[in-house]
Design a binder for this molecule. Structure first.
Ligand code: DGY
Length: 315
């Protein structure tokens, strides 16, 4: 240990680029999971920063007396108890902006794959069924003629909206409050938005304020031609209600990059043909994940060189 350098704890898995940079800039302690008992008591007193893409609970925060800053790997920071960190005077940072284009691009891919069933078409070709059975069945759904509704028109939501405009798709949105800087039609409630559109895209962050915000009432409003896409957090959706809507075909299809209890995905969802399921990969390209990692580590470097955090979470 170089006593002059602050010590950063990495609990659990993290991008290799983050780990390398933390190791080169700081003293680094790595543990398998966010369990403070895995850190020797004399090391616990050294920890001044945490770099994490895992759950950081209040008891975990309290285990480190000298903790000053938590760098969250991701724009969504619902896994960190940021309110408790704020009470303890611990700074929390996150990684906005650098992933917005990647997530928006992936969302468009998910929309098209959900509507046009491209993953099933590829599986059809690879399994030899094209040769044996002829052409893949025509898809019942298309993007053409749809109206999109974005639930959560923040940085990522706006990047998705701009892309949809390029496809000639009108965009509406619902946020807690109307934005003054966009001309897209605003709906004061999520239900009103769902009624006005047939492609509902959920981009809101997780946490208590959005928990199960998308439920049976929203799916009923979306209607039987409606398509639901989620790239925000799985906890925002009442998953049993979504499964029922897909099984009963009271909505047409869903494309999901996120789930309520990742990495567990309900079997009932796995069994559905009208659902396109991705393993939380919206930002998961090497360049984008490295950019997120750089921003996380730049926050720590700036903080410990006497400056402010670059991208603090505002709690
Ligand atoms: C985030 O940054 O919150 C994303 O979900 C990671 O892909």
């Amino acid at each position: 240990m170089d006593e002059a350098r602050p010590t950063i704890l990495i609990p659990g898995r993290i991008n290799a680029h983050v780990r390398q940079r933390v190791q080169s800039e700081f003293n680094c302690i790595s543990i398998e999971t966010a369990d403070a008992s895995l850190v020797q008591p004399h090391d616990r007193r050294r920890v001044r920063g945490i770099a994490a893409m895992t759950e950081i609970s209040a008891p975990f925060i309290d285990a480190f007396d000298r903790l000053e800053i938590i760098g969250n790997f991701g724009v969504g920071y619902d896994a960190v108890d940021a309110a408790h960190a704020a009470r303890r005077g611990v700074m929390v940072t996150y990684t906005p902006d650098v992933l917005s284009d990647e997530v928006a691009d992936t969302t468009i891919g998910l929309v098209l794959n959900t509507l046009r069933r491209l993953p099933q078409a590829e599986a059809w070709l690879r399994s030899g069924r094209w040769l044996k059975e002829g052409a893949f069945p025509l898809t019942p759904l298309t993007l053409r003629g749809r109206t999109a509704g974005i639930f959560g028109l923040g940085r990522i939501g706006l990047a998705i909206a701009r892309r949809l405009e390029g496809f000639g798709i009108p965009v509406h949105y619902h946020n807690r409050t109307q934005r003054a800087d966009v001309a897209y039609p605003y709906h004061a409630t999520l239900r009103d938005l769902a009624e006005a559109v047939d492609l509902l895209i959920c981009v809101v962050p997780g946490g208590e304020s959005t928990e199960k915000a998308v439920g049976a009432e929203v799916f009923a409003a979306l209607g039987e031609n409606g398509v639901f896409i989620n790239v925000g957090r799985g906890t925002t959706v009442d998953e049993p209600a979504l499964i029922k809507a897909l099984e009963d075909e009271t909505i047409a299809a869903a494309g999901l990059d996120v789930f309520a209890d990742e990495p567990r995905v309900p079997r009932a969802l796995m069994a559905l043909d009208n659902a396109c399921l991705l393993p939380h990969v919206a930002s998961a390209s090497v360049p984008t994940r490295n950019a997120m990692g750089d921003l996380l580590v730049d926050n720590l470097v700036s903080w410990f060189s006497g400056g402010a955090a670059l991208t603090p979470v505002s709690e």
